[in-house]
Write a protein that binds this ligand. Structure first.
Ligand code: NAD
Length: 367
C-alpha cells in the first residue's frame, strides 16, 4: 500500500504552513478556491533562483487537505533539485488539485485553475502530472500561456511521459552497470510498479531489451492489456516489496521505500519514475546504502519529462531533447561513483550537486 501522506501527528497544527515538516524555505504557497467549479488547489513555488518554477499539476483524491499540502511541498522541492541537476535554468514548483479526476474534472474547473496560475505572472509554469492529461494542458492554455506539455497539434511538445520513461530507462541502465558491471537488462528480473503513462513505456523499453518484466498496478484492466502487449508477467502475490528481483522500478506514487517496506526488499537496484520514492531521504537513503541496494535518485532519472516540456519555453528541438535525456546515463553513473567514493548516500550526493549549482547562481545574482 502506498502511503505518501503524513499522519496527523507529524503536523505542527499551531504552525500549519511554515511549521510543516515538509516546509523547506518555499518561496510561495498559493491556496486556490472556487466554489462554482469545486476547485480546491494548492500551488507550491519552492525556489526560483535558477529560473521560473516549473512542475506538473497532480489531481488526486487526497484523504485530507493536510496530505495535499504535504504533497505539494515535497513535490515542488523535488522539482527545484530536478531542474538544477539536469542543468536547466528553471526553478521548482508544483500544484495539486484535490479531488477524484473522474468525478470532478471539468473544462470549467481546469480553466479556473489556469486563471489562478495566470495570476502568478510566470513565476510558476504548470504541466501534466498524475490525474492529468495533455488535453487538460490544452484547456489550461486557453486562459494562460504559463502552461507546458500541450499537444503537438496545438504547438506544444506533447505528452512528456515517453521521454520521462526513456530517461528512467537510461538511469536504470547506468545503475545496472554500477551494480552488475554491465548495463545489459537482458534476463534481468524487473518489478515495475504502476503501468500508467510512464510505466507502460518503461515496460515496452525493458521488454524489448529482453528483460523479465513483472508488472503491478491497482488497475486490473491495464494490467491485462499491458501484459498482453509486451509479454510481461502480472504480479499476483500480496507483497511486491518482498519479491526477489534484480531491479525495482516505482512508477506509481512516491514514498514506497518506507519503514514498512525497506526491510523486505530483495532487489539490487531501485530505478523508477515516481517522485519522492524515499519516505524519509536520510533514514531510508542510509538504510538502502547499508543493505547494498543501488538507488538511482528519482529526481535525477525522471527528468526526461521536464526536459521535454522545457523545450516549449526554450524552443529547442527533438534531437536536443533526446540527447539531453540520454545524458541522464552519464550523470547517474557519475553520481553513483561519487557517492561510493565519498561514502554518501546516492540521494545526498545528487542533492549536493544540485544545491551547489543553486548556491553558485545565487551568488551571481545577488553579488
Ligand atoms: P499515471 O497516473 O499515468 O500512472 C500511475 C499508475 O500507477 C496508474 O496506472 C495507477 O493505476 C497506478 N497506481 C496508483 N496507485 C497504485 C498502487 N498503490 N499500486 C500500484 N499501482 C498504482 O502517472 P504517470 O504519469 O505514469 O507517472 C507515474 C509516476 O512518475 C508519478 O509518481 C509521477 O509523479 C512520476 N513522474 C511522471 C512524469 C511524467 O512525465 N508523466 C515525470 C516525472 C515523474
Amino acid at each position: 500500500m502506498i502511503t505518501e501522506m503524513f499522519t496527523a501527528n507529524q503536523l505542527k497544527k499551531e504552525s500549519p504552513v511554515f511549521g510543516q515538516l515538509s516546509f523547506d524555505d518555499h518561496e510561495q504557497i498559493v491556496f486556490c478556491h472556487d466554489k462554482d467549479t469545486g476547485l480546491k488547489a494548492i500551488i507550491g513555488v519552492h525556489n526560483t533562483i535558477l529560473g521560473p518554477a516549473l512542475g506538473g499539476t497532480r489531481m488526486y483524491n487526497y484523504a485530507t487537505e493536510w496530505d495535499a499540502l504535504n504533497d505539494v511541498l515535497r513535490l515542488s522541492r523535488g522539482m527545484t533539485y530536478k531542474a538544477a541537476i539536469t542543468g536547466l535554468n528553471l526553478g521548482g514548483g508544483k500544484a495539486v488539485i484535490i479531488g477524484e479526476p473522474s468525478k470532478i474534472k471539468t473544462p470549467e474547473l481546469m480553466k479556473r485553475f489556469g486563471k489562478f496560475v495566470h495570476t502568478l505572472g510566470g513565476t510558476y509554469y504548470t504541466a501534466e502530472d498524475v490525474g492529468m492529461e495533455t488535453s487538460d494542458m490544452d484547456t489550461i492554455r486557453e486562459v494562460t500561456p504559463y502552461v507546458t506539455g500541450i499537444s503537438e497539434a496545438n504547438g506544444g511538445a506533447g505528452n512528456p511521459s515517453p521521454v520521462t520513461a526513456y530517461g528512467v530507462y537510461m538511469g536504470m541502465k547506468a545503475a545496472t552497470k554500477f551494480a552488475f558491471g554491465n548495463n545489459d537488462l537482458k534476463g534481468k528480473r524487473i518489478l515495475i510498479e504502476g503501468i500508467g503513462h510512464v510505466g507502460e513505456e518503461l515496460v515496452r523499453l525493458t521488454s524489448k531489451e529482453g528483460a523479465d518484466v513483472v508488472i503491478s498496478d491497482i488497475n486490473q484492466e491495464r494490467l491485462e492489456k499491458v501484459a498482453k502487449a509486451y509479454g510481461a508477467t502480472i504480479y499476483r502475490g500480496n507483497n511486491l516489496y518482498a519479491e526477489a528481483a534484480d531491479i525495482y522500478a516505482p512508477c506509481a506514487l512516491g514514498a514506497t521505500i518506507n519503514d514498512k517496506t525497506i526491510d523486505d526488499l530483495k532487489i539490487k537496484v531501485i530505478a523508477g519514475a515516481a517522485n519522492n520514492q524515499l519516505s524519509n531521504e536520510e533514514i531510508h537513503g542510509a538504510k538502502l546504502q547499508n543493505k547494498g541496494i543501488v538507488y538511482a535518485p528519482d529526481f535525477l532519472i525522471n527528468a526526461g519529462g521536464i526536459i521535454n516540456v522545457f523545450a516549449e519555453i526554450e524552443g529547442y528541438n527533438r534531437d536536443h531533447i533526446i540527447s539531453k535525456t540520454e545524458n541522464i546515463y552519464d550523470t547517474t553513473l557519475d553520481i553513483l561513483n561519487k557517492a561510493k567514493a565519498t561514502n554518501m548516500t546516492t540521494n545526498a550526493s545528487a542533492l549536493s550537486i544540485a544545491e551547489d549549482r543553486i548556491a553558485f547562481r545565487k551568488k551571481e545574482v545577488f553579488r
